[in-house]
Design a protein. Sequence first.
Length: 168
Amino acid sequence: MTSNGLLCERTGALSAVPSGCGIAPAKVQLNDGDVLRFGVNETIAVLHTPGHTAGSMCYLWRGNVFTGDTLLIDGCGRTDFQGGSADSLYDSVTRKLFTLPAETLVWPAHDYKGQSVSTIGWERQHNARLANTGKDAFVTLMAQLDLPKPRLIDIAVPANRNLGLHGI
């Protein structure tokens, strides 16, 4: 499910994960507002954006926000497992992500329609689940999705918790 541990073993890189998610083998436990430094004067700002999962994080770098499953193009991640919360997701998107400059590029983890990038301004105005929607309506919408359980979730979550390393 994840090759994070193997990548770290082979390269000497450090794993960075959301603090409080029970991923003990990771060397760096991230918190909202942390700054990751790399290269020559490069930084990535860490934004804790709970909702899809309790530990969801987004990363802001040079006018780009990498949103994982928190904010998708014209949608958002589901909120019905792994400590997810529609109430928290709404706040994360509207109070953190939608406050970024309109021209900020949005790079989600994936897209089901073949798109790879959007902008905060476009999502603020057009996102089918979040644009011009109040919190109560959003929470109701998310509760009514009735999505099937992900096929490999019972394998993926434990694998992610130990960085994909066996025997931990």
